[in-house]
Design a protein around this ligand. Structure first.
Ligand code: NAP
Ligand code: F7E
Length: 375
């Protein structure tokens, strides 16, 4: 039975990767942070399974800023594979807490690699959660493994250190360490403050009559959005490749934040039109088609029925999207679109879920949650 350590197991990707590795027969050791309230919501379904917890899934307290603990865990577990997914992962927040972001995202990676060296784990394979944010102010379109980097945030700069320290330890100490340069990937488990989930959750709350407006920042940014579980399978494939190499995982298709908004509202039966410009721009309800809302929900459920009636509160002409410049970033990444052909050729990896299906599955999940359980 292979053993894997996952840092960031309580995050979006950590939870999907855990499911994937357990299914492949791995013994999984997850590192969780001490928090003042429960932070295991995304893995509770595994945690609650008596055939899994402390049989094939083990949780350990730890933190990427605590070296002594990392050494102890490596000595005790002697893993075959390590997936370093833990990070302060929010780009906008990294402008507020740049030092902490660097401590975790840059030096945290170094601490782990150095612990591997200290403990003398010769055969371990290490996956680093690198990011398309390395490309930042893009130097070519689309971006591949060969595109020069130009990060545009403390997050991007910290991850750039992480990227290069992986390359350096691979070359200097022959450690099987790889960067997965992943473009944005989303899911119903995406954190609520990232733009996709913020939109699908707010649109659902607006339809349920629980929220009047959604405030957003830059609607023109373009991202290459894929479906998270497919990217987590890609992480595993990267470590199964015969040689330690770096790979871009992306769909190869980009859409604006505005398109994501339009499609989300369209899914729930609200057609939007845009009025005004820049900070005064507003998304206004043009047409409502309740039959679409009905199709998304289980109307046999009494609670859903109740909240469905509530949704009739929205009227034509309501401004449901407004701009709040507080969500603008000091330096923005305007366009990201990846070229995943290396992963396609060498790993047989390809993103399958199309943009419209991604939006649909995220809206459906949030509609069900909000209409049956509220916020
Ligand atoms: P996420 O949902 O924000 O999860 C981050 C995880 O890191 C959480 O489990 C968090 O714990 C943990 N963590 C944060 N600081 C830590 C610390 N000091 N010590 C130990 N654990 C810590 O992120 P994600 O979307 O799953 O992304 C996974 C990784 O891929 C991240 O490194 C991210 O930067 C990178 N990435 C993500 C994307 C994307 O589109 N999702 C794209 C490229 C790269 P808590 O649950 O306790 O907060
Ligand atoms: O922003 C714009 C914002 O925060 C996407 C992380 O997983 O992917 C993620 O980083 C775009 C940006 O993701 C709001 O300005 C507009 O242009 O969802 P996001 P991100 O910054 O692309 C990369 C690959 C990672 O590695 C990161 O860990 O949307 N935007 N209005 C907004 N963004 C947010 N969050 N909130 C808004 O209201």
């Amino acid at each position: 039975m292979k053993k894997a350590i996952i840092t960031g197991i309580t995050g979006q990707d950590g939870s999907y990767l855990t499911e994937i590795l357990l299914k492949k027969g791995y013994e999984v050791h997850g590192i969780i942070r001490k928090s003042s309230s429960f932070n295991t919501g995304r893995i509770d379904h595994l945690y609650a399974d008596k055939d899994i917890l402390n049989k094939t899934l083990f949780l350990h307290y730890g933190d990427l800023v605590d070296t002594s603990n990392l050494n102890r865990l490596l000595e005790r577990i002697e893993p075959d594979e390590i997936y370093n997914l833990a990070a302060q992962s929010h780009v906008k927040v990294s402008f507020e807490i740049p030092d902490y972001t660097a401590q975790v995202d840059a030096l945290g990676t170094l601490r782990f690699l150095d612990a591997i060296r200290e403990v003398g784990l010769k055969r371990v394979k290490f996956y680093q959660a690198s990011t398309s944010e390395l490309f930042g102010k893009v130097q070519e379109v689309p971006q591949s493994e060969k595109t020069p980097f130009y990060p545009r945030s403390p997050y991007g700069v910290a991850k750039l250190y992480g990227y290069w320290i992986i390359v350096n330890y691979r070359e200097a100490y022959d450690i099987f360490a790889c960067n997965g340069i992943l473009f944005n990937h989303e899911s119903p488990r995406r954190g609520e403050t990232f733009v996709t989930r913020k939109i699908t959750r707010a649109a659902s709350a607006i339809a349920a009559g629980l929220q009047k407006t959604l405030s957003l920042g830059n609607l023109d940014a373009k991202r290459d959005w894929g479906f998270a579980p497919e990217y987590c399978e890609g992480m595993w494939k990267i470590l199964q490749h015969k040689k330690a190499e770096d790979f871009v995982l992306a769909t190869g298709e980009a859409h604006t934040v505005k398109e994501f908004v339009e499609l989300t509202f369209n899914e729930i039966g609200i057609e939007l039109e845009w009025k005004g410009k820049a900070e005064s721009e507003k998304g206004v309800v043009k047409k409502i088609d309740y039959s679409k809302t009905e199709k998304l929900l289980d109307l046999n459920n009494k609670s859903a029925q109740y909240r469905y009636n509530f949704s009739k509160a929205i009227k034509k002409g309501d401004a449901v999207i407004v701009i709040d410049p507080n969500y603008y970033r000091p330096t923005e990444v305007d366009l990201l679109i990846g070229d995943p052909s290396k992963a396609n050729k060498l790993l047989g990896w390809k993103a399958k879920t199309k943009f419209s299906n991604l939006v649909r599955l995220m809206v459906k999940s949030d509609m069900e949650k909000i209409f049956t359980r509220g916020y």
